[in-house]
Ligand binder design. Structure first.
Ligand SMILES: Nc1ncnc2c1ncn2[C@@H]1O[C@H](COP(=O)(O)OP(=O)(O)OP(=O)(O)O)[C@@H](O)[C@H]1O
Length: 283
């Protein structure tokens, strides 16, 4: 059932309330998340950063409905992750692009919308979903710097171009929330910076809520409205930092004192997260 606010409308947030996730059982059990509270407003770009193994992907998987919390509640715009997933409200961009090798770039990005024709109808039945006209995939590909590659096959593209194609494909089905798990980790720094700009252009146009996992402080600051810092042992949120830098955020902004200030704030939180985590005593 769709949870309703007192005003009778579906909540316009992704909310995680006191979530606990435990892997395994008995002596070998591992508490991956303990008491995690998160609220993400519709349309926000939120990044999650933290030491390896602190539970970033687990948190993403809870929102995606790929894992079920052992305690606490997870709600995606008023419905359970399972229901949101069935209604195609959730999109996922993995670390590797997974394009269909026999289809051109344009056909790869157009395919999901063609095979999910019922998705929008299902989403309309869930209160709060904002239906929009289907985006022009050629336009989105051009925004992603792929205007000259529409008819190329994935094997003819660089790794960065393949990942941009995967991002356009994910935005193209207009999910209510797009979950991105370190999508740029395999790319060199300059490619990464240019793709960040293109991702922001598309996000700006599509207004999709994005939850983005990264190990890069610079990337988190540049992209996000809010950065959640996690600590391990057990995984928990130790800081939430609002990034109040103006948008659009160009590459030139990365060199400004204001930008460095936010990087320093996140780094300080990460250092405390590391000091308070399980690995600190082993160091
Ligand atoms: N299916 C699973 N079974 C058992 N343990 C798991 C499983 N998935 C994750 N874990 C453990 O839960 C903890 C959190 O894992 P998770 O992948 O969420 O961390 P992460 O912060 O995303 O790590 P990284 O930054 O290295 O990708 C880790 O200790 C991991 O070993």
């Amino acid at each position: 059932m769709t949870a309703m606010t007192p005003a009778g409308t579906a909540p316009d947030t992704i909310s995680i309330d006191k979530a606990v996730k435990i892997y395994g059982s008995g002596p070998g059990q591992h508490v991956a998340l303990n008491g995690v509270d998160v609220t993400i407003e519709r349309g926000q770009f939120v990044s999650i950063i933290g030491p390896s193994g602190c539970g970033k992907s687990t948190l993403l998987r809870l929102i995606a409905g790929l894992e079920v919390a052992d305690a606490g509640d997870v709600s995606v715009f008023g419905v359970s992750p399972e229901k949101a997933c069935a209604a195609k409200m959730i999109g996922l961009v993995p670390q590797t692009p997974a394009l269909l090798p026999w289809l051109t770039v344009l056909k790869n990005v157009s395919l999901p919308a063609r095979i999910n024709t019922g998705a929008d109808r299902r989403r309309q039945r869930i209160g709060g979903h904002v239906g929009k006209n289907a985006p022009d995939m050629r336009d989105l590909l051009t925004k992603a710097g792929l205007g000259d590659a529409l008819d190329k096959l994935p094997a003819q593209l660089s790794g960065g171009m393949q990942q941009r194609t995967a991002i356009v494909r994910a935005f193209g089905v207009q999910p209510d929330v797009l979950l991105m798990d370190e999508p740029f980790s395999a790319l060199d720094e300059f490619t990464r910076e240019s793709i960040q700009g293109q991702l922001l252009d598309i996000w700006d146009q599509m207004n999709t809520t994005v939850v983005f996992v990264t190990h890069s402080v610079t990337e988190a600051v540049r992209l996000s409205d809010k950065v959640l810092v996690m600590s391990a042992g057990p995984g928990r949120i130790t800081a939430s930092v609002d990034i109040t830098l103006d948008r659009p955020r160009s590459e030139a902004m990365l060199k400004t004192a204001e930008f460095h200030h936010f990087e320093d704030v996140i780094r300080d939180h990460l250092q405390s997260a590391w000091r308070n985590g399980p690995l600190s005593s082993a160091a």
